[in-house]
Design a protein around this ligand. Structure first.
Ligand SMILES: Nc1ncnc2c1ncn2[C@@H]1O[C@H](COP(=O)(O)OP(=O)(O)OP(=O)(O)O)[C@@H](O)[C@H]1O
Ligand SMILES: Nc1nc2c(ncn2[C@@H]2O[C@H](COP(=O)(O)O)[C@@H](O)[C@H]2O)c(=O)[nH]1
Length: 196
């Protein structure tokens, strides 16, 4: 039976960056699971890579088909954005290991769906000051920077990733993303240890 390694962390903690690096490591042989969102696609993103970018009607249709594993809704500066996981035959857990990204909330719900033993959390942590600097730098590179939304996310994260919630979710080990190379190495080493 395979495992699903679930990367969790606050906004701009480096989840996407680490995900892409770990996923590229052929020795780990991890399959990716693409999640869904109704938020608009950003510069540099590709449909089907970071997310499947869909609209509310498509989400409703998937819900009616009973395929939605978990859905999160956030009242953003630009309106209601939804993020969700779909049971869309991307997973063959009998034979493969997978890599996913999400929040504490989505981790808990996905763990409930697939079972405790299958889902392994990979919690990424960065000092808040450094994280905010990285978030700002990332936003400045966008054609239309969304500073207000960046601030909303930063504030919302303080509650959504509270120590109480992290503990309740059963997240133990944490990986510090101060230095990207070291963090990727530590995460890869951990995945290797769990799998072998
Ligand atoms: N160790 C690091 N040192 C410096 N910059 C980093 C490091 N890790 C990631 N970054 C940069 O920080 C920014 C945020 O990283 P990334 O987009 O991977 O975060 P994220 O957790 O996926 O964020 P979000 O949940 O908001 O999408 C990016 O510009 C990325 O290049
Ligand atoms: N805990 C919270 N998570 C949020 C919020 N708004 C968005 N998100 C989550 O962030 C990731 C990545 O989003 P992206 O738009 O940068 O790709 C995604 O998993 C969302 O669930 C929030 O207010 N609180």
């Amino acid at each position: 039976m395979g495992k699903i390694f679930y990367i969790i962390g606050k906004s701009s903690s480096g989840k996407d960056t680490i995900y892409k690096r770990v996923q590229k490591d052929a020795s780990l042989n991890l399959n990716s699971i693409v999640m869904y969102t109704t938020r608009p696609i950003r510069d540099g993103e590709t449909n089907g890579v970071e997310y499947f970018f869909v609209n509310d009607e498509e989400l409703d249709a998937l819900k009616r088909e009973g395929k939605v594993i978990e859905v999160r809704a956030y009242q953003t500066v630009y309106g209601l954005w939804r993020y969700f996981t779909v049971d869309d035959n991307q997973i063959n857990i009998e034979n493969n290991n997978y890599l996913m990204i999400g929040t504490v909330e989505s981790f808990i719900k996905t763990k409930k769906y697939y079972g405790n033993d299958l889902i392994i959390p990979i919690y990424i942590e960065v000092d808040d000051g450094i994280r905010l600097e990285r978030a700002l730098r990332r936003e400045q590179l966008q054609k239309f920077p969304k500073y207000e939304e960046m601030c909303r996310r930063f504030i919302a994260d303080q509650q959504d990733f509270s120590e109480e919630k992290i503990l309740k979710a059963g997240i133990g080990i944490r990986f510090q993303n101060n230095n990207l190379e070291n963090c990727v190495m530590e995460v890869s080493k951990y995945i290797n240890k769990v799998v072998n």
